[in-house]
Design a protein around this ligand. Structure first.
Ligand code: NAP
Length: 304
């Protein structure tokens, strides 16, 4: 367990608990899935690539000795129809047992302005809007906790609800990724508050995993340059195994509702998971309500 730097927290027992987690086909989500399975969880993993999902499922079966620990479903977060169908498939797969933990890890960095099947700016669509829709559609089945991976990059995001998808210009990787993650922090905060007010017994936690060496860093457009960036940053950034620790803490430890968990090192780049401070914008309850209402309308939820 030392590789996870988990030794300062009690190890959970997730035997018989159902965990639904996106983003488990690669990166830090893959490592988090393995650890959750080691702790006994039954995993339902919605993935867009069946073949990548099967590799993860085989690894988990091999390492845990539980051939049925993982069930795969299909989900493409860049297409809200796929999210609706994906939520139905997840609901059928978990059946009456429901979902103990719903964890949204999947995310994307794009070096050019792309769009989703619904015409949304790609990072806004995949990182913020689709996870909101998936969460809301599955909410009635969640029994314990929702975990949403956002990012400390929310600190350089700016909300502009007059042009949220950069259709009038101003797109840059930094501006769009930051905006997508700030939007996630805001709807996450709003939903955490609403869950608490409703007294549902379900809470919501937000996560920044730290600076983690994964595919996400490969955004230069050149394989050689990507390798160079990876080599240069290797001594500073965390491995995917260690990057999973904040997700695992947020998923399994007793925490105040609506906490924001990430590494304790300088700039929240690396370290052991702890409580992080968020930007003033991410703490703005009025902005959170506005962004959540906008996002709910954008994904076609009735009471947007
Ligand atoms: N790495 C960091 O330094 C860092 C820092 C802060 C926050 N984060 C956040 O941490 C999360 C995980 O990132 P990572 O670093 O592990 O990146 P990664 O290695 O690129 O993994 C991203 C995961 O998201 C999935 N995904 C991407 N687009 C998808 C889509 N349209 N539909 C369904 N799944 C999709 C990928 O599936 P495929 O396998 O099919 O590609 C993969 O499983 C992201 O939300 C990211 O923003 C990462």
């Amino acid at each position: 367990m030392n590789a996870m730097e988990w030794e300062h927290l009690p190890e959970p027992d997730l035997t018989g608990r159902t965990v639904v987690m996106t983003g488990a086909s690669d990166g830090l989500g893959r490592e988090a899935a393995l650890q959750l399975a080691r702790w006994g969880a039954e995993l339902v993993l919605p993935v867009r690539s069946r073949s990548k999902g099967e590799i993860v499922a085989q690894r988990i079966a091999h390492e845990t000795g539980r051939p049925d620990a993982v069930r795969l479903t299909h989900l493409d977060l860049a297409d809200l129809d796929s999210v609706r169908h994906g939520a139905d498939e997840i609901a059928r797969t978990v059946g009456d047992r429901g979902i103990d933990l719903l964890i949204s890890v999947a995310g994307v960095v794009s070096r050019r302005r792309g769009t989703t099947a619904d015409g949304h700016e790609l990072m806004m669509g995949v990182n913020a809007l689709a996870p909101l829709l998936l969460t809301e559609l599955l909410l009635p089945r969640v029994r314990e906790r929702i975990v949403i991976v956002a990012s400390q990059s929310h600190t350089f995001g700016r909300i502009d609800l007059s042009d949220p998808h950069f259709r009038r210009g101003g797109w840059s990787l930094r501006a769009a990724y930051g905006r997508s993650k700030l939007s996630t922090m805001l709807w996450g905060r709003d939903l955490a508050d609403r869950l608490q007010a409703r007294g549902t017994g379900v809470d919501l936690q937000l996560v920044h995993p730290g600076w983690v060496l994964t595919n996400l860093q490969n955004a230069t457009g050149s394989a050689r340059l990507d390798r160079l960036v990876t080599d240069v940053t290797r001594p500073i950034a965390m491995s995917a195994v260690r990057g999973a620790a904040a997700v695992l803490m947020a998923a399994t430890q007793p925490l105040p509702p609506g906490s924001y968990i990430g590494p304790d090192g300088r700039g929240a780049l690396r370290g052991r998971p702890t409580f992080l401070r968020r930007s003033p914008a991410a703490l703005d309850r009025e902005l959170a309500r506005e962004v959540a209402a906008w996002a709910r309308t954008e994904v076609g939820l009735a009471d947007g």
